[in-house]
Design a protein around this ligand. Structure first.
Ligand SMILES: [Zn+2]
Length: 183
């Protein structure tokens, strides 16, 4: 047997340690979270993305009574980007999430003890959204994922760390930027 290992890293950040662009994305994500349609889960998520050409898009989760037709916030933001400018590489994804009725302020207010382990209440996209995000990373594992949970904790990691064993368009030899059949 031969073992292969990967160390997964995330940083806990203060709001003041984020770039101006990252702070703006947090505001956009928190703003979108307030619009979330969540009559079933009562769990509200807002997302904002930065594209490689400097544009920002936001999205929130939108639930439907059939459950499986629910749109996730990251998906909403990415699909809005595709509708606006086609398949584009994203550079940063910001997610703000927490139960309905719990305000998440920007700049955040820390609540409770600081987290110590990577799996303690950090805010990262769900598995479904990690796949959706990876599709528009154009094979760049360094795309940043920043999360803000309702405990006020900001974490920063990369898609490569959050989604270490990936299946993506590259696995099927697809490059979105070279596969435009309609042009
Ligand atoms: Zn999701």
């Amino acid at each position: 047997m031969r073992q292969v290992k990967k160390i997964i890293q995330a940083q806990i950040k203060k709001f003041s340690e984020l770039t101006k662009q990252e702070q703006k994305l947090l505001y956009l994500a928190a703003e979108a979270r307030l619009k979330a349609q969540t009559p079933y889960s009562h769990y509200c998520v807002g997302a904002a993305i930065l594209t490689e050409d400097g544009k920002m898009y936001k999205g929130c989760n939108v639930e439907r009574c059939t459950y499986t037709q629910t749109t996730h916030a990251e998906q909403n933001a990415i699909d809005t980007m595709v509708a606006e400018q086609g398949s584009t590489k994203i550079k940063i994804v910001v997610v703000v999430a927490g139960p309905e009725g719990i305000p998440i302020n920007i700049p955040p207010k820390k609540k409770g003890k600081s987290i110590k382990a990577i799996d303690e209440r950090i805010c990262v996209p769900c598995g479904h959204c990690l796949q959706i995000v990876w599709e528009n990373c154009m094979v760049d594992p360094k795309v940043k994922l920043i999360g803000l949970a309702d405990n006020g904790e900001i974490t920063s990691t990369t898609i490569g760390d959050a989604f270490p064993m990936r299946f993506g368009p590259e696995s099927l030899k697809i490059d979105y930027r070279k596969n435009k059949k309609l042009e």
